[in-house]
Design a protein around this ligand. Structure first.
Ligand code: NAP
Ligand code: MG
Length: 480
C-alpha cells in the first residue's frame, strides 16, 4: 500500500501536483504519514478510469452473479484481514480497539449482504395494451461518486460501495482527509481478489478541491454523500449543475422518548451507549433524551449514576470512548459544553478521562446535561461528541412535538411498555428509523436507513440502497 498515492484504474498513482497532506493520530496529536492532496486532474483520471471500466471494460460486462461472487469474496477477505484493518482504523480514527474491530466486522458484512443480493435485483413486466410487451429494466447509473466522512471510514466504505458495486456501477471514492487509511488499503485488496481495474477508484485530498471536483464532474452519474448539512447543500447544488441526483446523509439530533412506564433497567445502558458509541461521533447518535415529567427525577438519577462510570482512554485501553477525531472537532465539541455551562445548564454527570492518555491527544470529557431548556442550542444542534442532553416532557402529545422540534429527522427511540403507544408515537415521529425498546445506532446492514430535511434524503443499507444506486428503463415492444 502506498498511502501518499491515489488508487486509480487498479494501480497506485501519485497526484499530479505531488502535494501531500499529513495524517494525524487522534490519540497522540502527532503525524504518522501522508496522503495525496489531489486536485481536479486526479479526480478526472479516476472518473475516466471508472467510465472506461463501465462503458467498455471488464466491469461493465461482469454478470450480476459474478459481481455477487466478487463482493462475497471481498467480504471474506476483509474478515481474514480483520486484525490488520482493525489496527489501521483504530490508529487513524482513535477508535478503541474493540470498536474498530466491530466496524471491520460490519464492513465485511456489507460485502456479504450485497454479495448475496447482487443477482436478486430484478425489474418487472407490466401488462399493457394488446400487442405490446413491456419490461422495466433495473439498471446501474453508470459512474457513481462517493464522498465520505471520518467517523466510520471502514464501515462507510462498505455501506456506500457495496450496494453501488452490487448494482453494477463503477465507483470513485473521496474519503475524508482525516481518515483515509482503510479506504486505500481496501481498494488495493479488492483488486487483489479480482475486481477489474477501474471498478473501485480512491482519490484522497481536501473536500473543497478533490471532493468538489468529484461532485461537479460531468462524467459522474450519481453522487452519494455523508457528512455535514453545510457541505451536503454544496454537493446538491454541484449535482444540480449537471442534472444528476444524490443521496445525502447529514446527521441528526435523534430523540430517545422515555415514558414513565419504561423498564429503566434495560433503558439506561442502551441510552448511554447510543451517545458514547464512537465518542458521540455517530450520525444516528441518540443525543436527546426526552423523559416524561412524572418519572423525570427517578430516571435522571439512574442515568446520571450510570453516566459517571463512562471512561475515556487511548484506543489500546479499550474504554467506552477514545479521542475525538481532530483538534478542530474537539474544540467544537468543547465549545458546546462550555457554552451550555456558561448559560447555566446544569451538569448532571461527567465521565472520566483515564490517567496515562497522551496530553496531546484530542480527549473530551463525556458530559450529561439536564434539564436543558428547549431553546438552548444543545437541544437542537448536532454536537457530534459525547454530550447528552435531557429534557422533560408532559404527555404523549408534548413528547411528539418535542421530538419533532429540530430541523433533523434521522432516527428515534421509544421506551414504553404500552404497545399501542409504541405504534401511535412511532408513526408520528419524523425519522427514517424508529427503534422501540432498543436503539440501533451503528450497523444494521439489512435495515433501510436515511433521513429527511436537514438529515438529508435517499436511503442506504438494506435493499433500499440498491434502489437508490439504480434507475429504471422501460422497454416497450410491439409484437402485434
Ligand atoms: P464535512 O466537511 O461535511 O466532511 C464530509 C466530507 O465532505 C469529507 O470527505 C470532506 O472532505 C468533504 N467535503 C468538505 N467540503 C467539501 C466541498 N466543498 N465539496 C465536496 N466535498 C467536501 O464534515 P466535517 O467538517 O468533517 O464535520 C463537521 C460536522 O459535520 C460534524 O461536527 C458533524 O456535525 C457533521 N458530520 C456528520 C457526519 C455524518 O455521519 N452524518 C459525519 C461527519 C461529520 P475533507 O474532510 O477531506 O475536507
Ligand atoms: Mg487520522
Amino acid at each position: 500500500m502506498e498511502s501518499s498515492k491515489n488508487f486509480i484504474d487498479g494501480e497506485w498513482r501519485a497526484p499530479h501536483s505531488e502535494a501531500t497532506l499529513p495524517t494525524i493520530e487522534p490519540a497522540t496529536g502527532r503525524s504518522y504519514g501522508q496522503i495525496a492532496d489531489s486536485d481536479a486532474r486526479d479526480v478526472d483520471a479516476a472518473v475516466a478510469a471508472a467510465r472506461a471500466a463501465y462503458d467498455v471494460g471488464a466491469w461493465g460486462r461482469t454478470s450480476a452473479c459474478e459481481r455477487g461472487r466478487l463482493l462475497s469474496r471481498f467480504g471474506q477477505r476483509i474478515a481474514d484481514l480483520a486484525d490488520e484493518l482493525t489496527t489501521m482504523e483504530s490508529r487513524d480514527t482513535g477508535k478503541p480497539i474493540q470498536v474498530a474491530k466491530a466496524d471491520i466486522a460490519a464492513l465485511a458484512r456489507y460485502f456479504e449482504f450485497y454479495g448475496g443480493a447482487a443477482d436478486k435485483l430484478h425489474g418487472e413486466t407490466i401488462p399493457y395494451q394488446t400487442g405490446y410487451q413491456v419490461s422495466v429494466l433495473r439498471e446501474p447509473h453508470g459512474v457513481t461518486g462517493h464522498i465520505l466522512p471520518w467517523n466510520y471510514p471502514a464501515q462507510m466504505f462498505g455501506r456506500t460501495l457495496a450496494p453501488a458495486l452490487a448494482a453494477g456501477n463503477a465507483t470513485v471514492l473521496k474519503p475524508a482527509e482525516d481518515a483515509c487509511a482503510t479506504a486505500l488499503r481496501l481498494a488495493e485488496v479488492a483488486t487483489e481478489i479480482g475486481f477489474p481495474p477501474g471498478a473501485i477508484n480512491v482519490v484522497t485530498g481536501a473536500g473543497a478541491t478533490a471532493g468538489a471536483a468529484l461532485a461537479a464532474h460531468g462524467g459522474v452519474d450519481f453522487m452519494s454523500f455523508t457528512g455535514s448539512p453545510q457541505v451536503g447543500q454544496i454537493i446538491q447544488k454541484l449535482c444540480a449543475d449537471h442534472y444528476i441526483t444524490c443521496t445525502l446523509e447529514l446527521g441528526g439530533k435523534s430523540p430517545q422518548l422515555v415514558f414513565a412506564d419504561a423498564d429503566f433497567d434495560s433503558t439506561v445502558p442502551v441510552i448511554i451507549n447510543a451517545i458514547i458509541q464512537n465518542s458521540g461521533q455517530t450520525c444516528s447518535a441518540g443525543s436527546r433524551v426526552l423523559v416524561q415529567r412524572s418519572a423525570y427525577d427517578t430516571f435522571v438519577k439512574r442515568l446520571a449514576d450510570a453516566f459517571v462510570r463512562v471512561r475515556v482512554g487511548a484506543p489500546e485501553m479499550r474504554r467506552d470512548c477514545g479521542p475525538i477525531i481532530t483538534h478542530k472537532q474537539q474544540t467544537r465539541v468543547q465549545g458546546f459544553i462550555d457554552a451550555a455551562v456558561r448559560a447555566g445548564v446544569p451538569v448532571l454527570a461527567q465521565g472520566l478521562i483515564e490517567d496515562g492518555v497522551d496530553p496531546h491527544g484530542f480527549y473530551t470529557t463525556p458530559t450529561l446535561f439536564g434539564p436543558v431548556p428547549r431553546d438552548n442550542s444543545l437541544a437542537h444542534e448536532e454536537v457530534f461528541g459525547p454530550v447528552l442532553c435531557v429534557l422533560p416532557f408532559e404527555d404523549e402529545a408534548d413528547a411528539i412535538e418535542l421530538a419533532n422540534s429540530t430541523e433533523y429527522g434521522l432516527a428515534a427511540g421509544i421506551w414504553t411498555r404500552d404497545g399501542a403507544r409504541q405504534i401511535r408515537v412511532g408513526k408520528r415521529l419524523r425519522a427514517g428509523q424508529v427503534f422501540i425498546n432498543c436503539y440501533g445506532a451503528g450497523a444494521g446492514i439489512e435495515l433501510p436507513f436515511g433521513g429527511s430535511r436537514k438529515s438529508g434524503h435517499g436511503r442506504e443499507k438494506g435493499f433500499a440502497a440498491l434502489h437508490d444506486f439504480t434507475t429504471t428503463k422501460t422497454m416497450v415492444q410491439h409484437h402485434g
